[in-house]
Design a protein around this ligand. Sequence first.
Ligand code: NDP
Length: 535
Amino acid sequence: MSDEPRLPDVPLPPATGETPLRTPMASPMARVRCPDPLVLVIFGGTGDLARRKLMPALWKLKADGLLPDEFCIVGNSREEITEDEYRQRMRGALEEFAEAPDAAEWEAFHKHIFYVHGSTDDPQTFINLRECLEAADREHGTRGNRLFYLALPPSVIAPTAEGLGRAGLVCDVDSECWTRIIVEKPFGKDLKTARDLNAALLKVFGEPQIFRIDHYLGKETLQNLLIFRFANIIWEPLWSRTYVDHVQITVSESVGVEGRAGYYDTSGALRDMIQSHLLQILTLVAMEPPASYDADSIRNEKVKVLQSIPLIQGDDVDRYAVRGQYAASGEGDKAMPGYLDEEKVPDDSRTETFAALRLTVDNWRWAGVPFYLRTGKRLPNKASEVVIRFRPAPHPVRDLVQADDPAPNALVLHIQPDEGISLFFEAKQPGLRGALRPVSMDFDYCKAFGTESPEAYQRLLLDAMLGDATLFARRDEVEAAWTLITPIAEAWAAGGKPEAYPANTWGPKGADELLAREGRSWAVPGTLGEVVKEE
Ligand code: NDP
């Protein structure tokens, strides 16, 4: 007998013969197949991202039979190493970040890996690359299909795209072979630079060829948010201002800058995290059901959410946006340095390592419902969580049980770690006194499916190879996100400084006050569950 939960046999309503009960989902989860033959060119092929994420993801795709036989990888960077050395480094990356590859499998696979050295600002690099790609087409049957992955520092993204165009390495959208480009985050550092980057890319590529990556969207739990909302009928009636009091989105990191201060100090929590990951989560929580499940229908709805959020600007920045910077804390073994003590951080840095915003989505569904977003480094734990707090029950139950008013219901989406969903509600504690106590119904990904979720980069690389852009940001989406973030970033750059918070705490007092003045408080990730489990 299977342990799987069984649904009761409920008779379906008779079919009318006219309206299908549901339309098929075309994308993104439904289209798993092996991509067409192709060459994947990784610019920045010796970098951290290529070694830590891209190679392991490719190896797993291969193990799952999701790479075609006619597949090659070409790495590029300025380092003068031989092809053999590059292959050895990629093998080392698998040993370090995935698993030691089986000797026979590696022997077959490594012959599909090539290396072209040279700077992307040198035209000769593209001439050499073209020769390498033509050889791959001849010898490995890759048929002129190219996926260019720009795992490069932001300053060289536009020149690299231009170099590809000048070298004639980009097929037209309607030609027999295809060319696509994946661009890593950060995508610009404000609205103007994002627009400039879009314009530079669009000179060379058509919008359907551009895949702007935000690896958060590759996470299984975020994809499940669409399924959770739109493949189940029970949530929809609750999913609006009528029943939702407010929404909290927290993405917390326990680490500090971890040697990335050079980049981080020019960016900060608002640009690095809120502009991308947190706004992406918000759009998935708040969007309307799309007309169909193709990439553009989904992205249309996400853009509408971003366009419905009033800007925080002028005096509102101090009222609705909070910034913090971690300060040294603890003693002995527990001592943690402050941000200003970190290597390569200037003594007078005003970069925020914590940001919290109060946003609203001014549309029919969400008018008046605050969305509180917060993210930060050196917080007590690493977690990404969405808490949907419902309104309190309208009438007290004191006559029924000797209890305080019931706590409002909450739905918690655990994005990471411990991926799952919990619904918190009040129950009568057993006994004659009959107090109330919050309990939860929990869905745990690992327990339910007995399998680990694939890495985000596996999903995203596969989708880009298949040409499915659902989980990638469109031009207007990125610009709409920057439209929201830029006035806050500019106001912070113009003056003041972040409020200090001790490392290993939940951020500055201002973040608590942001909610407290509206009679609310942050749910510390994991603690709703602890309330239930403690006895
Ligand atoms: P690294 O600094 O580790 O790697 C950068 C790579 O680019 C190196 O291979 C470098 O090699 C190469 N490179 C730099 N300039 C040139 C040039 N002009 N021509 C050719 N190659 C060049 O960075 P990461 O791998 O960490 O990050 C790459 C991009 O991905 C960045 O935009 C980052 O923001 C983004 N990203 C990274 C994540 C990660 O986990 N690492 C996560 C999310 C985004 P060389 O100097 O030898 O030329």
